[in-house]
Structures are given as structure tokens and as C-alpha cells.
Design a protein around this ligand. Structure first.
Ligand code: MG
Length: 161
């Protein structure tokens, strides 16, 4: 078995849509980024790549490459799941914590888990039971606590295929 950890953060920006785990979240701002800035998927990608010792999201999808401008992060996650599988691993589970003051995440957690399960566990009936997504605030501390962006910490376990 292998364990992997991933972290990502993005700053809010006016005039963009907010995506978390492949779900569009209704909010007055989105996240700034070269791709769709899905901070949750980016952290999960780094956890998966970390567990398999396959580098990181920046080396796979450089933000200097026009190819990835506006990229749908669910497609990046699909590619990484396939790469991890090709390296001889299957995803055991994923657990993530999203940190932001707003928007409120609870109403969206079920949809996010379902969408992630479709990508991470396409062949499993109850894949959603292997995906945990929690939301919390930063108790108004620091920049995230001031509502300037979103941070995500994610961990994953890989099993031998
Ligand atoms: Mg990112």
C-alpha cells in the first residue's frame, strides 16, 4: 500500500465560475487559475501522484502550457487515475478537507462526492463510500480566514492492483 498527501490553494477572482470536485458551486466569485482552478481536484491529483511517486500536478500539466488554459480539471484527474492504474495501483480511498469562510459547502458535499466517485471509482457500485470531503472555515484567521481564497488538504491510499 502507499499513502499520498496533496495540498493546493487558489485565490478568489471576480468574474469566474467556482468549481469544486467537478461541481459548479453558485457563488459571487470563482478561483483564479490557469485551468478551471478546481482546487479540490488539484489537491487530490497531487495526493495520487504523491502516493505513486509520479511527480506533481505542475510537472504533468504545466501552467505555462496553453494546452491547459481553462482546462476541465475532471479531465486531468481522469488522466492521473489512468496513469496511477498503469503504474500498478488502484485507489483505495480519498479524504479531503476544504477550508474557506464562504461559500457554505455543506449543501454541495454530496454532489461533490458523487462526481469524484464517478472519476476515481468508475467500476464500483458504492465508490462514493471511498470518497470523503469535509468543509471547514479557518476561524477568520489569516488570508483564507479573511475570505481571500480556498485551501484544500487531501490524502489517499493506493493498493496494489
Ligand atoms: Mg491548483
Amino acid at each position: 500500500m502507499r499513502v499520498g498527501f496533496g495540498y493546493d490553494s487558489h485565490r478568489f477572482e471576480e468574474g469566474r465560475k467556482l468549481f469544486l470536485g467537478g461541481i459548479e458551486i453558485p457563488y459571487e466569485k470563482g478561483l483564479k487559475g490557469h485551468s478551471d482552478a478546481d482546487v479540490l481536484i488539484h489537491a487530490i491529483i497531487d495526493a495520487l501522484l504523491g502516493a505513486a511517486a509520479l511527480g506533481d500536478i505542475g510537472s504533468h500539466f504545466p501552467d505555462t502550457d496553453e494546452k491547459w488554459r481553462g482546462a476541465d480539471s475532471t479531465k486531468l484527474l481522469e488522466a492521473v487515475v489512468a496513469e496511477v492504474r498503469d503504474a500498478g495501483w488502484r485507489v483505495g480511498n480519498v479524504d479531503a478537507t476544504i477550508i474557506c469562510e464562504r461559500p457554505k459547502l455543506l449543501p454541495h458535499i454530496a454532489a461533490i462526492r458523487s462526481r469524484l466517485a464517478e472519476i476515481l471509482f468508475p467500476d464500483e457500485v458504492d465508490g462514493v463510500s471511498r470518497v470523503s470531503v469535509k468543509g471547514k472555515t479557518n476561524e477568520k484567521m489569516d488570508d483564507v480566514g479573511a475570505g481571500e481564497g480556498i485551501e484544500v488538504h487531501a490524502i489517499t491510499l493506493l493498493d496494489n492492483l
